[in-house]
Unconditional design. Structure first.
Length: 147
């Protein structure tokens, strides 16, 4: 059993952005963060989930807490239709961020994880979400320092 809290941050949209993930189990915790200069909030939200799932060394039972409706609905509602339409939306437009959706799809469907997706309201006092937000902002700072 592992709880994962993820968040993305962007200073301007597009602009410099960061992602953060806080992973915790009964006996361990791990904090991850990173960032990019020219990105969007949605891409950073997705990168947080990608990096968190990539950090798992073996199949796990995961409760994944996200404050992004975009990520939640993408993974729980929209993805099957996008794949059936060859990565096009219902209005026949190309899916935005298709590179990250495809990476996330592979991680979720080949990692052997049992994932329960949970939405949490951002900036509302949830300790896991608040920590993920802090980590995402560290990712922004890191990206800005490395330019």
């Amino acid at each position: 059993m592992i709880d994962i809290y993820t968040d993305g941050a962007c200073k301007g949209n597009p602009g410099p952005g960061g992602w953060g993930a806080w992973l915790k189990s009964a006996d361990a915790q791990k904090e991850l963060y990173g960032g990019e200069l020219g990105t969007t909030n949605n891409r950073m939200e997705m990168m947080a989930v990608i990096e968190a799932l990539s950090a798992l060394k073996r199949p796990c039972k995961v409760t994944l807490h996200v404050d992004s409706q975009y990520v939640l609905k993408g993974m729980t509602e929209w993805l099957p239709g996008w794949k059936a339409r060859n990565w096009k939306t219902a209005s026949k437009e190309p899916v935005k961020n298709v590179d990250l959706w495809q990476r996330l799809d592979v991680l979720v469907n080949t990692g052997g994880h049992q994932i329960e997706w949970r939405w949490v309201r951002g900036h509302n006092g949830d300790p896991g979400n608040e920590r993920a937000d802090q980590l995402a902002n560290l990712g922004v700072e890191q990206a800005l320092k490395n330019r």
